[in-house]
Write a protein that binds this ligand. Structure first.
Ligand code: KG4
Ligand code: ZN
Length: 330
């Protein structure tokens, strides 16, 4: 059974064809990174307009690469939240028009579930329940306990900036451009050994919540020389990265132990971070599943994977479905 996945929640226009929820037949992503780079972050209106332009060419390419036509598509899975309202509206209306014109069932997908289901794509073995998902991207930092398909309990989230957002803001402070995560990752790797500078970890009321905005402010003060002679940029980048990674890993590992999970799934754009991948694998008490980078960042295949599960459960959206920019998980 072929599902078409459509994703436009932020700055990637993405369409994919996935067979039986697992096998990727095509996964086309048109990234807007260059468009937003000169502004140092995603500009919502520009993102929406770019989706308007890119969607049909991306759909055509996805169908062509999959070697199928719309008449072979069993359902359209589309992200309806969370994300930028205008960007979501473009994708959802596009999916509705296709569903209406071709009488194809429409299945609404929560973007965050998509990030978790990336762990089912193009793998022989399924992740085992209960599993702990650490979703870390430009928009989210969530610790989620998944007990079965469709059953989630959110154990923690960020109270201010998302992890990727913190990387992007600190990169700007250090003059490293956008997106900041890969730039900090590279620069930190150039610093020899563990950083001598140790930056604090936030303490929060709820054990699995995160906060990164205090850390960002501290890096800013140090970089401006407000705390004495500043260390070099690589040292500061490494100290920042080490603090973020330690917070993420410590909480994920504690949550995994408390809930006796079988696997940990790491996903979202920040899952590309080399230190995070290494430290989580070292400290986790259970196997860590990290989808390949192209499936960790926003894509249509992960949306189609969720859509397939939802379709089995009998879910369909009515054609008056609205977007849900503030949708959460669990
Ligand atoms: O999942 P994603 O592509 O889009 C969102 O849904 O937000 O994540 C993008 C985020 C950006 O904030 C980017 O700086 C961060 O992921 N990122 C990284 C790395 N590669 C991308 N953060 C840290 N280290 C990396 N290597
Ligand atoms: Zn995302």
């Amino acid at each position: 059974m072929l599902i078409l996945g459509i994703e436009t929640s932020c700055d990637e226009t993405a369409v994919a064809v996935v067979e039986d929820g697992r096998r990727i037949r095509s996964n086309v992503v048109s990234s807007q990174v260059e468009l937003h780079a000169e502004y140092g972050g995603v500009v919502p209106e520009l993102a929406s307009r770019q989706h308007v332009q890119a969607l049909i060419p991306v759909l055509d390419e996805a169908l062509e690469r999959a070697g199928c036509g719309l008449d072979e598509i069993a359902a359209l899975a589309v992200t309806y939240g969370p994300g930028l309202a205008g960007a979501l509206l473009v994708g959802l209306n596009f999916a509705k028009a296709l569903a209406y014109a071709r009488s194809i069932p429409l299945v609404p997908v929560n973007h965050l579930e998509g990030h978790i289901y990336a762990a089912w794509l193009d793998r022989e073995e399924s992740p085992r329940f209960p599993l702990l998902a650490l979703i870390v991207s430009g928009g989210h930092s969530d610790v989620v306990l998944m007990e079965d398909h469709g059953q989630y309990r959110r154990l923690g989230e960020t109270v201010d900036d998302a992890a990727g957002e913190a990387f992007d803001k600190v990169a700007r402070v250090l003059g490293l451009g956008f997106p900041g995560g890969p730039a900090i990752d590279r620069l930190a790797s150039a610093a020899a050994g563990a950083p001598a500078l140790r930056l604090p970890r936030a303490r929060l009321e709820r054990p699995y919540d995160f906060s990164f905005s205090g850390l960002k402010t501290r890096v800013q003060r140090i970089a401006r020389g407000e705390e004495g002679e500043p260390p070099d940029r690589a040292e500061l980048a490494a100290a920042f990265q080490e603090s973020v990674v330690d917070s993420l890993v410590t909480k994920a590992v504690q949550a995994a132990e408390e809930h006796g999970v079988s696997d940990i799934v790491l996903s979202g754009g920040v899952a590309a971070n080399s230190l995070l991948r290494k430290v989580l694998a070292e400290r986790s008490p259970v196997p860590v599943i990290i989808p390949p980078p192209a499936l960790c960042t926003d894509n249509g295949a992960m949306i189609a994977a969720v859509g397939w599960q939802r379709l089995q459960a009998g879910e369909r959206a009515a054609l008056d479905l609205d977007v849900a920019p503030g949708l959460r998980i669990g």
